[in-house]
Design a protein. Structure first.
Length: 155
C-alpha cells in the first residue's frame, strides 16, 4: 500500500511517500521512503475523483519594499487550481497575515460567483460545482492587481 503525507511550511510543501507492506519489521515500519519538496503555487489537490479540495493561505513575497515600489507584496500560497468539469470543488481559505488590520478575499466572478472575505486570523470555505470548462481568474478584492491566480476547469 502506498501512503502519502503532506507537511505545509510557510515556504514549501514537503511530500513524503512510502510503501507499506504486510511484512514490515518493527525497526523500520516505512520502506522506500522518498522526500520531495514542491514550491508553493504548485500544490496538488489531494482529493477523491469527482471532488477537489484546495487549501489556500495568504502569503507575502519576502524582501519587497511596498512603500518604495508602491505595490503590495501579498499573494496566495497557491496560484493555479485545476479541476475537471463536473467536479465538486471546495476551497478552504486562511488569512495568516500577521497584520491585524489586513483583510483578504478569495473571489471568483462569473460563472462561479465565489466570495470568501476574511479579517485577521480568520478562515472560510466555499464549495461549488465546476460545471463550465475554461480558465477563470481568482483574486483578492483588496490587493489587486498582485494577489491573483487561476482556476483551470478541464473539459
Amino acid at each position: 500500500m502506498k501512503r502519502t503525507s503532506l507537511v505545509l511550511s510557510k515556504s514549501k510543501l514537503i511530500t513524503q511517500t512510502y510503501a507499506q507492506s504486510n511484512n514490515e519489521t518493527s525497526e523500520g515500519g516505512m520502506k522506500n521512503m522518498t522526500n520531495a519538496t514542491t514550491p508553493l503555487g504548485k500544490i496538488p489537490s489531494m482529493s477523491i475523483p469527482g471532488e477537489k479540495t484546495f487549501y489556500i493561505f495568504t502569503s507575502e513575497v519576502e524582501n519587497v519594499d511596498e512603500n518604495k515600489l508602491k505595490v503590495a507584496a501579498d499573494s496566495y500560497s497557491v496560484h493555479t487550481l485545476v479541476a475537471n468539469k463536473g467536479d465538486k470543488v471546495t476551497v478552504n481559505f486562511y488569512n495568516v497575515d500577521d497584520v491585524k488590520t489586513e483583510r483578504h478575499s478569495f473571489t471568483i466572478g462569473d460563472p462561479y460567483k465565489v466570495h470568501i472575505d476574511l479579517g485577521f486570523s480568520q478562515n472560510g470555505n466555499a464549495t461549488f460545482t465546476a460545471d463550465q470548462a475554461g480558465l477563470f481568474t481568482f483574486y483578492c478584492r483588496y490587493h489587486l492587481p498582485v494577489m491573483t491566480g487561476q482556476l483551470l476547469v478541464l473539459p
